[in-house]
Design a protein around this ligand. Structure first.
Ligand SMILES: [Zn+2]
Length: 227
């Protein structure tokens, strides 16, 4: 059974946790916040009965697993196979990605804003989140700029699908960023692939874990040469 940490029990974390629990993941959920009235339109895992209560434990009670009322901390990552970021905090996303790279973990970073969002699939041996974004930007967060309620559900669902495939050692999307510009118009993501960035401080701390290389097909290359 895959042990998965979901960081953030809000709009993204709710559908993520529901989908991962249904797929048989053993969940740990971490979030420092409590449920507020203004959350309910996009955090459909909660009802008015949850107001004022901690998101992490309320979501854990709903889907099974453990809830921790705290921000992300590396000790939480030690106990799991896979980390999924569903927070609304750029610094948390970078901290999780950096820790996952340094400790050889698979990870997913999900973000939603206004009408779209993106999902990054991280795994050992490929370019990392910091290779692409370098530093937390100055851009707006959901809290500042808002997000359409159903959009977080859609992005959370995609993040869950990516997490499930990584958990099954499917590396098809490893190192790729799925970008949804405006889900009201286009449902198909742009898939952004990129090379590791030389000088990336996260990759510099990655364990040396050689990835299995494709063994060249000798017969095939010989026939190519002779033709
Ligand atoms: Zn990197």
């Amino acid at each position: 059974m895959t042990r998965t940490l979901v960081v953030g029990a809000g709009g993204l974390g709710g559908p993520l946790a529901l989908a991962l629990a249904a797929a048989g993941h053993e969940l740990a959920i971490v979030d420092p916040d409590t449920v507020e009235l203004s959350n309910l339109h996009r955090q459909i895992q909660f009802t008015a009965a949850d107001l004022g209560l901690p998101k992490a434990t309320r979501l854990a009670a709903r889907v099974g697993g453990t809830g921790t009322v705290a921000p992300w901390a590396p000790a939480l990552g030690d106990a799991v196979d896979l980390i999924v970021d569903a927070s609304d905090d750029p610094a948390t996303k970078f901290a999780i990605a950096d820790w996952a790279v340094a400790n050889g973990r698979r990870y997913v970073i999900a973000s939603a804003l206004r009408f779209g969002g993106n999902v990054f699939a991280g795994a050992p041996g490929v370019a990392c989140y910091r290779c692409l974004f370098e530093e937390p930007g100055e851009g707006p967060t959901c809290a500042d700029a808002g997000v359409l309620g159903p959009v977080v559900g859609a992005i959370g669902g995609v993040a869950a699908a990516v997490a499930i495939s990584l958990a099954m050692n499917d590396r098809t999307l490893a190192g790729a960023l799925l970008v949804f510009d405006d889900l009201r118009r286009v449902a198909e993501p742009r898939i952004v692939r990129f090379a590791p960035r030389s000088g990336c401080s996260a990759c510099a701390r990655a364990p040396i874990t050689p990835q299995p290389k494709e063994i060249p097909d000798a017969e095939h290359s010989r026939s190519q040469r002779s033709s």
